[in-house]
Write a protein that binds this ligand. Sequence first.
Ligand code: HH2
Length: 287
Amino acid sequence: MPGSGHRVWRCGRFTLPLGRVHVMGILNVTPDSFSDGGSHLGVDAALEGARRLRAEGAGIIDIGGESTRPGSEPVSVEEELERVVPVVRALVMELDVPVSVDTRRAEVAAESVAAGASIINDVSGFRDPAMVEVAATTDAGLVVMHMLGEPKTMQREPHYDDVVAEVCAYLAEQARMLERAGVAPERIALDPGLGFGKTTAHNLELLRGLETLVALGYPVLIGASRKRFIGEVTGVDVPAERVQGSVAVASWSALLGADVVRVHDVAPTREALAMIAAIAEDGEVSR
Ligand code: HH2
């Protein structure tokens, strides 16, 4: 796979070597994922989900307490804190794996890091100065994602003159801004935000042009798993059945130099990546 050399992604107490692809397993603690029940039931169900992801070989677990699907309404900070922080705390106690928190809220990010999370995954790309402050005052790894507008409105006729150039320019500028705020560059990973204010054609163009993003020199994360554009290409309507299309995108991304893939279906993704690694003869077949 193209050149990550001996670079690393620093995420709190974890230093992730680049040059092999890390699988980030998705653990959504939103009510639509784990139906009704109080917060205790939420923690138990989340722990069980995390154990399963880990057993399948996830190297990072990403916890999200707010749905960012197109058209979704934001939840209150209090509710997000209640959903996410106890799960972070429980997971960090039980599993020796970097825990990532998928949030746009500075309070949620700060409390999650205090509870042991190692990565802040911000789908709004650290636009909020309070988020930048949290980034600068912790040592967590950061995922800086590109999103056009807000989840509620982002799919209303998104337009770009050159989607690859615009997304890369935005991410490079956000990375520079974080570095100016005092964040070490080895902590920063970039994500083009597939499906976040992008048509199917935009998503495909971003994947085709992935090397331009990789060339910026930061670790690159790709989150395509089960997304609508995969359904549009493959004709598979049910998100949970979009496994093959999702694995294809993860494989393509790995070949073009992505460092992390964020997925629901960890086991099949790992199998595909192991096969690619074996063919590439980099000696890391057991990833
Ligand atoms: N996609 C989703 C959520 N978080 N984070 C990053 N860095 N990159 C992504 O592509 C990304 C993300 C949306 O997917 P999902 O978790 O399946 O849905 P929801 O946000 O509704 O929980």
